[in-house]
Design a protein around this ligand. Structure first.
Ligand code: PMV
Length: 354
């Protein structure tokens, strides 16, 4: 048969690190200098949907992101495609009367269409969801018989943080020891039901693209920051254990303290880099002050904050009621249509009705 096509569609949410990954010990394999822990968001707000298709009529591998064709020539895409193709198995489609063998996969070409359900220009991490989704969809299409952890080690070679998006709930990326990176992979700590009172709000401070990419930033931090060395060796290993315990016990006070401290240390490493990297801006700093003051005025912390390689605040409220109060505070300090907190807050707006 001539005109056949096989397709698989997958959807993957992004994840937010509460113990940050910053710094690679191997740039091409993407091996980190420390373990990290993240929470995977629910797919309603920030996720990628990717369709992968194979057909004998395709002349070359091609990819479209939000409807616009992008080159697949980069090493990161090529590494993911190669690793998945190497593990492909036979696939049969009785309806179309086709059978693709292990060997065929090496010769057939792919078309990939990927969409983010959030504005790509919003400066929100999209590579995490993107590469996780791509690897997962390709693995399904090519009948790859590896578990999520093994797939995470492949997604890692697309974007480090992507390896943590193969699972829901809280996820740990183990840095691993081996040189080939086979043990640098993600494991699920607890699933999404374990701590489902948590409510995550993202305050979009700026929709400008970040000035220093995480790749460049990490490289410069590894080369110049002594604080990074100290953090990777002395701080993170202990913090990872404490964070795992806080998550296991749903201990929000410890969780918030560790999350905020780790975000602040990551940004301190950026400042300690030469030349210094500024990811947060005045609005980010104001949000930190507002949350710190609020937390101190209560018996126990209400909200944890964390910032990635940009000024947007990821705010984790202890429950839905606190999240509603948080949104009201944000709207009070940053009235709509002022320049500071530019356009919007991502989160379930219905919580304001409770
Ligand atoms: O995987 P990358 O290159 O997008 O790097 C992510 C780095 C941070 O988001 C700042 C921290 C993290 O652990 O996700």
């Amino acid at each position: 048969s001539q005109n056949w096509v096989l397709m698989v569609t997958a959807q993957t949410p992004t994840n937010i690190a509460v113990i940050k990954y910053w710094g690679k010990r191997d740039e091409s394999l993407i091996l980190p200098v420390n373990d990290s822990i993240s929470v995977t968001l629910d797919p309603d707000h920030l996720c990628t949907t990717t369709t992968v298709a194979v057909s004998s009529s395709f002349q070359q591998d091609r990819m479209w992101l939000n409807g616009k064709e992008i080159p697949l020539s980069g090493g990161r895409y090529q590494n993911c495609l190669r690793e998945i193709r190497n593990r492909a198995s036979d696939v049969e489609d009785k309806k179309q009367g086709i059978r693709i063998t292990k060997e065929d996969w090496g010769k057939l070409h792919l078309h990939i269409a990927s969409y983010n359900n959030f504005p790509t220009a919003a400066g929100l991490a999209s590579s995490a969801a993107g590469f996780a989704c791509l690897v997962f969809a390709l693995a399904k299409l090519m009948n790859v018989k590896e578990d999520e952890s093994k797939l995470s080690a492949i997604a890692r070679q697309g974007s480090g943080s992507a390896c943590r998006s193969l699972y829901g709930g809280f996820v740990k990326w183990k840095m691993g020891r081996e040189e080939d990176g086979n043990d640098s992979l993600a494991v699920q700590l607890v699933n999404e039901e374990h701590w489902d009172d948590l409510f995550i709000i993202i305050a979009v401070v700026s929709s400008r693209q970040k000035e220093t990419s995480s790749t460049t930033g990490m490289r410069e931090s590894v080369q110049t920051s002594l604080l990074l060395q100290h953090r990777a060796k002395e701080v993170v290993p202990k913090r990872i254990l404490q964070m795992e315990e806080a998550i296991r016990n749903r201990d929000f006070a410890s969780f918030a303290q560790l999350t905020c401290a780790d975000s602040n240390q990551f940004h301190a490493v950026c400042l300690d880099t030469s030349p210094p990297i500024f990811y947060m801006n005045d609005t980010s700093h104001r949000i930190i002050s507002i949350i710190e003051k609020w937390n101190r005025s209560e018996e126990t912390p209400q909200v944890a904050y964390t910032f990635d390689a940009g000024p947007n605040a990821v705010l984790i409220a202890r429950n839905r009621k606190t999240a509603a109060s948080l949104i009201q505070r944000l709207l009070y300090y940053f009235p709509p249509n002022t320049d500071d907190l530019s356009s919007y807050i991502i989160g379930d707006k219905s919580i304001l009705q409770d």
